[in-house]
Design a protein around this ligand. Structure first.
Ligand code: FE
Length: 248
């Protein structure tokens, strides 16, 4: 079985949130899909270990906000790599409420669905949650974020709790097919990486490639990790430099 075939499935990225007994919780998920049109129903697959999963089941509601292509990376770090049991993810985040009362995230989103839980199916590590969409709206006409774009831009695959997570060992050594760069550029790239190295964030898996720098933090291409300012933070999860480890 070639597990890389799973990477050819297309997904979006969404903030899924609810409120139960006064506590707002939420996470970033990529498995959400419409299952019927009349009435409009969707399904999400949520890890049993996610703090938010039981809250969604107990509150019988959730909101799904569709992230935009150029998403604020702090939202990814907070909702994608931290737990609602540790921090208030909604601090500083703009929300609104609709029919169910679930908090709907507005920041960096292009549309939202407000959903009432109808049924759940235990699928092993995850719970499939089926819901009726009771309200929805468009926030902006910007392009939505796709999982493929996210992976290519940040060089990251799904975190362990995602239904689409695939163990690195199963993926094997075969590299992702990429167009061949011109010969001279290829030579230059190999030299730079050998000299400076790529560093990976041990919290979220973001890879700092000196060849590319970090334009989101104003770090120009060609900046070695060692030359980054002391207060440099991971653009995804906001971890400081000490959490980065050199790739071997
Ligand atoms: Fe990180």
């Amino acid at each position: 079985m070639n597990y890389r075939a799973f990477h050819k499935l297309s997904y979006g990225l969404y903030i899924i949130a609810t409120e139960h007994e006064g506590e707002k919780v939420g996470y970033i998920g990529n498995t959400a899909f419409q299952v019927t049109s009349e009435p409009s129903k969707i399904a999400i697959s949520s890890n049993k270990d996610n703090y938010s999963t039981q809250k969604i089941i107990d509150s019988k509601k959730f909101s799904l906000s569709v992230l935009k292509k150029e998403v604020e990376t702090s939202l990814i770090g907070k909702f994608g790599f931290m737990s609602s049991s540790d921090i208030d993810k909604f601090d500083g985040v703009m929300t609104k409420r609709s029919v169910t009362g679930a908090p709907i995230v507005i920041n960096s989103c292009v549309a939202w669905l407000d959903c009432k839980v109808l049924d759940t199916v235990d699928v092993g590590t995850h719970i499939l949650i089926i819901a009726e969409v009771v309200d929805s709206d468009i926030i902006s006409n910007e392009e939505p974020l796709t999982y493929d774009y996210y992976h290519k831009k940040y060089k990251m695959f799904a975190p362990k709790n995602a239904p689409t997570y695939i163990d690195k060992d199963k993926l094997g050594d075969e590299p992702e097919p990429e167009p061949e760069p011109p010969k001279e550029e290829k030579k230059e790239k190999a030299k730079t990486i050998d000299e400076n190295g790529v560093f990976t964030c041990s919290i979220c898996g973001f890879r700092y490639d000196p060849e590319e720098g970090d334009p989101s933090a104003g770090i120009p291409p060609g900046t070695p990790f060692e030359d980054l300012p002391d207060d440099y933070k991971c653009p995804i999860c906001n971890a400081s430099k000490e959490y980065f480890k050199k790739d071997l």
